[in-house]
Write a protein that binds this ligand. Structure first.
Ligand SMILES: NC(=O)c1ccc[n+]([C@@H]2O[C@H](COP(=O)([O-])OP(=O)(O)OC[C@H]3O[C@@H](n4cnc5c(N)ncnc54)[C@H](O)[C@@H]3O)[C@@H](O)[C@H]2O)c1
Length: 316
């Protein structure tokens, strides 16, 4: 079965899945979108509602389907599973969502699917590792949305602080998509300029305090949003669209998706986010940006946190 680069599947049609489907419809990247949910009525309702926007976007086929519809898809986006409740960490979700992920991968594996798996459900790094192990697919085809959202939040906050278009900022949040993530400050650039130099150009000199404030705001965004509206979904929907564009348009974009580490920074057998070139084959290559000593040690600590959880599922 050949891959249809204009076809996407979204598994899980809750807040995140339906928002992603809505953003994907508007993106015009695809001409066919299949929605799958354990609650088929929900998938049907979302397909109907999103289809009614089509007259204002561009024609495509959107329908509630089954796993028999996945075989020729270019990308399967998995957003199924419970979301964080107030005060719950992403890692707390593991027990509920690992079983859901295993059952979904079991269904996918029964079919000859050759496209890319994009995992979004949390804890995304652990679930991407589980998807990789359970599917047996090569590592380039199993990607987590990782810190693409956190990096978007980071660029937004920096843009506000510096009075500059966030798209002119090259700066990454890396590591776990969660509490142990870190900002790769030493490699951050604004319009090609080292970030501290740009800050001074804008009259900001208290680097340490600003860095701490901005990073904490990024790291705690999800908790702050969940405390107010019980879920986060628009930002991640845009991140899903961005990753899908890099894949199906074969863009070779550099995005901090989560992927299997194979020796980078001395890390192995763990999935976390480091910038990577993303193209039609998924991960083309990981880009091990230079980190200072403190950042390297924080990244290794983040990997240790994730490995501890992975060891509960795969003891050896
Ligand atoms: N990676 C990120 O940056 C990011 C951002 C926000 C949310 N999330 C995660 O996305 C996930 C979904 O969040 P949400 O707010 O949409 O939750 P939600 O409860 O609104 O939706 C979950 C959906 O999954 C469906 N589902 C459950 N089991 C299923 C199965 N076996 N097969 C198919 N569908 C199934 C449910 O019926 C429901 O419609 C959560 O794990 C959340 O933490 C990730």
């Amino acid at each position: 079965m050949s891959i249809d680069s204009r076809k996407v599947v979204v598994v899980g049609c809750g807040f995140v899945g339906s928002s992603s489907a809505f953003a994907l419809m508007q993106s015009k990247l695809f001409s066919e979108m299949v929605l799958i949910d354990a609650d088929h009525d929900r998938a049907e309702g979302e397909a109907m509602d999103i289809s009614h926007g089509m007259a204002f976007a561009s024609p495509m086929k959107i329908y509630a389907g089954t796993y028999d519809d996945i075989t020729d898809a270019a990308v399967i986006v998995i957003t199924a599973g419970a979301n964080q409740k107030p005060d719950e960490t992403r890692l707390d979700l593991i027990r509920k969502n690992s079983a859901i992920m295993k059952s979904i991968i079991g269904e996918i594996k029964k079919r000859p699917f050759e496209g890319i798996l994009l995992i979004v459900s949390n804890p995304v790094d652990i679930l991407t590792y589980i998807a990789l192990k359970e599917s047996g697919y090569p590592a380039n085809r199993v990607i987590g949305s990782g810190t693409v959202l956190d990096t978007g939040r980071f660029r937004y906050e920096l843009g506000e602080h510096l009075g500059v278009d966030s798209r002119s900022i090259h700066a990454f949040i890396i590591g776990e998509h969660g509490d142990s993530e870190l900002a790769a400050w030493s490699e951050a650039r604004v319009g090609g300029m080292p970030i501290n130099d740009f800050c001074e150009l804008r009259g900001h000199y208290d680097h340490e305090a600003s860095m701490e404030k901005i990073f904490n705001s990024v790291k705690n965004s999800a908790y702050e949003i969940i405390a107010r509206k019980h879920a986060t979904y628009y930002g991640i929907a845009m991140a899903v669209c961005r990753i899908c564009a890099a894949i199906v348009r074969n863009e070779q974009s550099i995005l901090p998706v989560s992927s299997l580490m194979t020796g980078e920074y001395g890390l192995e057998n763990v999935v976390l986010s480091i910038p990577a070139v993303v193209d039609e084959n998924g991960i083309e290559t990981v880009v091990p940006i230079e980190l200072n000593e403190k950042e390297l040690s924080e990244l290794q600590q983040s990997a240790t946190v994730l490995k501890k959880v992975i060891a509960e599922f795969y003891p050896d």
